[in-house]
Design a protein around this ligand. Structure first.
Ligand code: ATP
Ligand code: MG
Length: 221
């Protein structure tokens, strides 16, 4: 089994998440990409985060007809804030030993990796797949992959070397960090929450059922 773990707040889930998950699944020939909503996102202000149950419900609605894209509530069931290192351990124990597990994240998330709990251990334990994200990082030109190279060298380790053929950074005793280009969709949950707040439509940024649920519950007003 080849599995991708794709964590996030999903507050709410939008088509940027869905399209990225699908493209990584196809690009890496994964059997499954598991979307994992975080309980108390350690990097976020709790104020505008919808209830875990609502975020999970929206994910379920979004993925109703998506074979190979699934959801895990493991972080919601755990007490306290969600740490990716714990989630990775969970799936390593759960899945058959020969499974190949990848950690998927946008470049904006990766560029904060040095603030994550046990990030060096994470880099030892699991290969990463980093996807491009419009407007993440520096506002001037967007970060681009070059930005990532500088980040890795300055904040993580100078041992990493880019392998052109594999499209990944490799270092001795570390798992590879792949870079993977997905269709660039400049959509974020923040933007969706802001639209709702201004009384504007979020149609076509989220699956229709998700938009209906948000409207019916009056979320993010
Ligand atoms: P917020 O604006 O609240 O931070 P978000 O849109 O960034 O929401 P998250 O739940 O924070 O969504 O993101 C979960 C993961 O999905 C992160 O790794 C993030 O980089 C990635 N991601 C989110 N939106 C996109 C997108 N449009 N394209 C590619 N990756 C994305
Ligand atoms: Mg985000």
């Amino acid at each position: 089994m080849h599995i991708g773990l794709f964590g996030g707040t999903f507050n709410p889930v939008h088509i940027g998440h869905l399209r990225a998950a699908l493209e990584v699944k196809e690009g890496f020939d994964l059997d499954e990409v598991i979307l994992i909503p975080a309980a108390l996102p350690p990097h976020k202000m709790p104020g505008d985060v919808a209830d875990a149950a609502d975020r999970l419900h929206m994910l379920n609605q979004a993925l109703e007809d998506s074979p190979g894209l699934t959801i895990s509530d493991v972080e919601l069931k755990r007490s306290g804030p969600s740490y990716t290192i714990d989630t990775v351990q969970h799936f390593k124990h759960l899945l058959p030993e020969q499974s190949r597990i990848y950690l998927i994240m946008g470049m904006d998330a990766f560029l904060e990796i040095d603030t994550w709990k046990s990030y060096d251990e994470l880099l030892l334990q699991i290969p990463f797949i980093i996807i491009n994200r419009p407007k993440s990082g520096s506002a001037a030109s967007g970060p681009g992959w070059k930005f990532m190279e500088n980040f890795i060298a300055s904040k993580i380790s100078t041992d990493y070397v880019f392998s052109e053929s594999k499209n990944c950074y490799r270092a001795k005793n570390k798992q590879p960090v792949y870079v993977f280009e997905v269709t660039s969709l400049d959509i974020s949950s923040t933007r969706i929450r802001n639209l709702i707040n201004k009384g504007r439509s979020i149609d076509y940024f989220v699956p229709q059922k998700v938009a209906e649920f948000i409207n019916s519950k009056g979320l993010y007003l």
